[in-house]
Design a protein around this ligand. Sequence first.
Ligand code: SF4
Length: 120
Amino acid sequence: MTMVTDPGRQRKADPGYPEVCTVFAYYSALAPQMLDQVAEECRTACIGCVQDKKRLAEILIETLAPLQERRRQFATQEGLLEKVVAQGNQKARTAARETLSLVREAMSLPDFDKSGVLLA
Ligand code: SF4
């Protein structure tokens, strides 16, 4: 509720400029299908900033709810995150090894195994 809006809009009856409003920018990310409606309501002073922020807050809560639920589920599975990180590390290592191999080949550089022994 303390988010900065159009600083030129002092009263609810003042027309606003959504282009300079942080709340409006959040709509771009969270509800782009509402941009035209919000811009119109703002420019014509059909909605106040407090009311608009409350609407945006509801959208934000709705948007985050499934993510928070997934987070809660992950948190109950002991060791899951460590397992996912380990799998990601393995994938990244494999991809990096393949890329480095291609680079060495392209640059005619020698290749080494994990223990530092020169490969033929
Ligand atoms: S009505 Fe909405 S878009 Fe317009 S200045 Fe207020 S908070 Fe920003």
